[in-house]
Write a protein that binds this ligand. Structure first.
Ligand code: G3I
Length: 667
């Protein structure tokens, strides 16, 4: 394998050791002959049906600032890795000075969008502040322990954060240990120590070792294999191995990737593709796009073929934000979407490999015209336009807005399936510019319409009366992935302009967030998970932007999807000693003919035994019976797919019995 990667070591000033440390090339994209088609079914839906996650490396800037970035992030992905926000220089830039804004932002976004978070990364030679690099051995080990305890501890009870890269990139290309400051100061013991500190800080998180150029079978991946085998033989809690997969079309695809993943899986670890991107030598051409798409297909297929592969994280999703051009001049365009958020053949490839059926249509809809504004108040405007036409049908319109009467950037403020849209929440006495573009069922987008400029009226003197509260909210026609809501209309002195549909997860707790709007008294919410409960409320908005109180709450539980969901369980004693033992892996397999979204394992503890640790499942003990429910990240299993969890138990001195009578049920 000859992938050339560059890690720029940071030159750091040595600080006095402390005894106790608490811790694109402006891508000229050519006009490609065809706009790639996208799929009706988002990647996350397809991946979940196969029992895998599909994720992206999230950058805090665009996640906060760009609606288009956020929309794809929440629609297409069910997993996030912080691209930079959880690295040491971000979380503890100076000794014991912790800064959480970026990390918390990533976790909050994931929680709001039902996504799992992979923490990246605790112990790495890069992006670690100079004050750490200059410490002596004792102080450095203490600094590492404190950092891990604090960072992992902060999210230990957070349901979204399920796994960590504990150590990152510890090998050189020949399979020797990288002579990083960690290794030079502490020797290889820092690796086992880091895992033990992480397990102590969060017994439930899956703990991973992560590296690049280990995708195929080679000297470096074999060194990784030997290390993981040896660490696990010493009961060091290594649960998972991450294969970064920063690939490049000019170096070929590692054709033995599947076999490599399989040999690691045989060690009993979870495997995952953690940082997938496939760069090309820019500029793009159709031929290069096609090769890249094939590589993406190969990578997804390798993970799908290995039950222990939990999923795939793409290192970003839009070529607008990618580390590649900064590191490899004249290379880039490595991701699924171009710099304008248009899906590339790589997207179609991933969608297809995950089982989607993107259409082959490449014809864009006609451009919407005659965009006009009416009913301007101090906080809202009604837009209407002449509808577009399309050979496969117009699926909807994106409404774009820029600030002021000139300059700024147009960003999406909403979508509409009709030729009108009401934009609310505007500031009084303020100018905005609007454009509209059409999307077809295959994801092709039209050119943008004419621009209309709107200036809201002065606030203060307008209508302040809220609409009456919508009532009798009810759900009907609930399937495994959708439900239809209806309610009784609100009334208002200046007219009801629409309704916000709010949803919270589960039957209690959580937060209600908007999942859509409607200008009628009904709404169909799609893309739901099977066998899952949701709560809905509705509120009305009027033309002046006043909102009503929320309606009654209706709770919906989706059906199981398909028929014949069921599961089986097998349990293995991994290690035991005089007064305790570890059972791992406890393997849960979907034995049914349809996907399951959750599972429950029960087993019996002999008298005097007690569970003292657990991972990848949530265990509760009642008498001698233990109930293990899936963790948030491993409940979804496709037919025949498996997942594993483990636990540790104590027992009376000399007792040689272990837990038994394992049974599995769904949900
Ligand atoms: O935040 C500063 C900003 O304030 C400053 O103005 C700007 C000027 O260059 O730099 C910004 O920091 C950059 C940071 O990304 C955030 O954008 C750093 O210079 C830049 O070096 C850093 O690059 C990151 C790189 O890791 C550092 O090694 C990439 O975004 C990130 O994608 C990349 O990710 C790594 C994984 O963590 C580990 N595996 C390899 C992968 C790719 O190199």
């Amino acid at each position: 394998m000859t992938q050339h990667r560059v890690h720029v070591p940071k030159t750091r000033r040595r600080l006095a050791a402390l005894a106790a440390v608490s811790l694109v090339s402006a891508l000229a994209v050519p006009l490609l002959s065809a706009t790639p088609a996208t799929a009706a079914t988002p990647l996350r839906t397809l991946a979940a049906a196969k029992g895998k996650f599909i994720g992206f490396a999230g950058a805090t800037g665009p996640l906060a600032d760009e609606a288009a970035y956020r929309t794809i992030a929440q629609t297409e992905f069910n997993q996030i890795t912080a691209e930079n926000a959880m690295k040491w220089e971000s979380t503890e830039p100076s000794d014991n000075n912790y800064t959480w804004s970026g990390a918390d932002q990533i976790v909050a976004f994931a929680a709001a969008n039902n996504q799992q978070v992979h923490g990246h990364t605790l112990v790495w030679h890069s992006q670690t502040p100079g004050w750490v690099q200059g410490l002596g051995a004792t102080a450095m080990r203490t600094a590492m322990q404190d950092h891990i305890a604090t960072v992992v501890g902060r999210y230990a009870n957070n349901a979204s954060l399920v796994s960590w890269d504990v150590v990152n990139e510890v090998f050189d290309e020949n399979g020797g240990f990288r002579t990083s400051f960690w290794y030079n100061t502490l020797g290889q013991s820092f690796i086992a120590d880091a895992f033990r500190y992480a397990r102590a800080a969060d017994p439930n998180a899956k703990l991973c070792i992560n590296d690049y150029n280990v995708e195929g079978i080679n000297a470096k991946s074999t060194a990784m294999y030997n290390l993981v085998q040896s660490l696990r033989a010493q009961n060091v809690p290594v649960d998972c191995v991450g294969f970064q997969s920063h690939l490049a079309t000019q170096y070929g695809f590692p054709g033995d990737m599947r076999q490599n993943l399989e040999r690691f899986a045989a060690l009993g670890v979870e495997v995952r593709i953690t940082e997938l991107d496939i760069r090309i030598q820019t500029p793009r051409t159709s031929a290069k796009d096609t090769t890249q798409a094939t590589y993406y297909t190969n990578a997804v297929n390798a993970c799908l073929a290995v039950p222990a592969c939990s999923g795939i994280t793409i290192w970003g999703f839009t070529d607008k934000y990618s580390w590649v051009p900064d590191t490899f001049p004249s290379e880039g365009a490595a991701l699924l979407y171009d710099e304008n958020y248009q899906p590339k053949p790589a997207y179609t490839a991933v969608n297809t490999a995950l089982g989607g059926s993107p259409t082959g249509d490449t014809q864009a809809p006609t451009t919407p015209s005659s965009l006009a504004a009416s009913g301007v108040t101090s906080s809202s405007v009604n837009l209407s336009w002449t509808a577009s036409t399309d050979n496969v049908g117009v699926a909807g319109y994106d409404i774009l807005r820029a600030p002021g009467t000139s300059g700024g950037t147009f960003a999406s403020v909403g979508t509409s399936t009709t030729a009108s849209f009401s934009n609310t929440g505007l500031s009084a006495n303020t100018s905005y510019r609007y454009q509209v573009r059409a999307r077809d069922a295959a994801g092709n987008t039209s050119a943008v319409s004419n621009t209309v400029t709107v200036t809201t009226t002065g606030g203060g003197t307008g209508d302040t009366q809220a609409p009456s509260t919508p009532s009798s909210l009810a759900a009907a026609g609930t399937t495994s992935s959708s439900t239809n809501l209806t309610w009784t209309a609100s009334t208002d002195n200046v007219g009801v302009t629409g309704y916000d549909i709010l949803r919270a997860p589960g039957t209690s707790g959580g937060t209600f967030t908007s999942v859509g709007t409607s200008t009628t008294t009904s709404f169909s919410n799609t893309g739901l998970s099977a066998n899952t409960s949701y709560r809905y409320q509705v509120r009305a908005r009027d033309a002046a932007g006043n909102v009503s109180a929320v309606s009654n709450t209706v709770t919906v539980t989706t059906t199981g999807g398909g028929t014949g969901g069921g599961c089986s369980v097998t349990a293995t004693v991994q290690t035991q000693w005089n007064n305790g033992y570890v059972m791992q892996p406890v393997t849960v397999t979907n034995t049914g003919t349809s996907a399951i979204s959750s599972w429950t394992v029960t087993f019996t503890l002999p008298s005097g035994h007690a569970v003292t640790g657990q991972w990848n499942a949530v265990l509760t003990t009642g008498g001698q019976t233990v109930t293990a429910k899936n963790a948030p990240h491993n409940g979804a299993l496709a037919p025949s797919a498996s997942t594993t969890f483990g636990f540790q138990a104590s027992r009376p001195n000399g007792d040689t019995a272990t837990a038994g009578t394992f049974t599995c049920t769904t949900p």
